[in-house]
Design a protein around this ligand. Sequence first.
Ligand code: PSV
Ligand code: MN
Length: 426
Amino acid sequence: MKITPKHIEAHNQVHWAHQVKRLDYLTSEINNAEAILEKLMDFQVAIPSWALGTGGTRFGRYPGGGEPRSLEEKIEDVGLLHALNRSSGAISLHIPWDIPKDGEAIKQLAASQGLRFDAVNSNTFQDQDNQVLSYKFGSLQHVDKAVRRQAVEHNIEVIKQGEALGSEAITVWLSDGSCFPGQLNFRRAFQNTLESLREIYAALPKHWKMFIEYKAYEPNFYSMTVGDWGQSLLYANKLGGQAYTLVDLGHHLPNANIEQIVALLLMEGKLGGFHFNDSKYGDDDLTVGSIRPYQLFLIFNELVDGGALESAIRNSQSAISLMIDASHNVKDPLEDLVQSVEAIQVAYAQALLVDRKALESAQLENDAVRCQEILQSAFRTDVRSLVAEARLRLGGPLEPLGLFREVGVRKELIKERGLKTLATGF
Ligand code: PSV
Ligand code: MN
């Protein structure tokens, strides 16, 4: 299945007049449209290889058909997404859910779709069929050194797989922790984890980063050994300059002020990147921007304020990694991802609209009313025509979701792959 320039051209003709009208109006209202457009055109969000199939809960799973059956087909799906939005030019692999059999061939296939490989992810939160020792009571924290060694070796293997693909970072997310008070000695668990992370860190190529992802609870419910940004930052600081904290929006206790966490990590030079999603209660893994779009905007406001997304910085070692980490229980995964990427672009464009000088003077005058007005006037601006214009300039469609349905992408994928296919991952 391919989305061709002909599909896009025909689609854009239909939507052209509406786009001209809404963009004209917006550019008459704001004074930095061109600068925002340039930034949007530079902006890419990575797609996880595990988000291309239907997700599920422990109560069940309702696949929609045409799911990718192999890593090659997952790459094809991210290629389709990138053709639709021009902003999903990277893929993040989870190993061993996706092990490239022939690294060079996979790299070439991805490049042919305009994709590169983002961070690779290790998995010591599940036992694999051929695994000798179990992670039931943790991996890098385990009381048994042999289990820790096995988990360290897996991470080193993941780094090697990533190197072959041109990745430049590993994300370590641990489910390690405990379910009951007294089950674990917190300090021993921390020290064991630190020692294990040090061994993995020592195997990092010099230009690589290590992202340490935290999570407040689940699957462990009493303690998590990397449970919050403070703990992640402790590990990252002790490990050294190549280690960073990774913020997954769904991994906080209720009502946490994520934008403040982001601001401080950025200030410390320790913000490695994001796993974007949205949630109402916990790690709900819902479409980005579907529940709390204002929070997303406030996070981007901090990123813009801290200069984290400047293109010059984005192409350098200090670039932060931006990725989606969501699960799709009721939506078509590709449609959900189109919505998520667009929500991120909207939040970024709105953050670029904030009058920073005016905000700073209002802050210095303790004018809380004016501060709110400045932020909310940016947040309430409809910037969708700018996002569409950036996509258009990159050769994409004005309405990617509309095109997805007009072309019948899912129907075609079902025809090619079948109705009862199953993607690896959760
Ligand atoms: C854990 O909940 C997580 O956010 C980690 O990033 C995992 O790698 C991913 O989800 C998939 O399980
Ligand atoms: Mn995550």
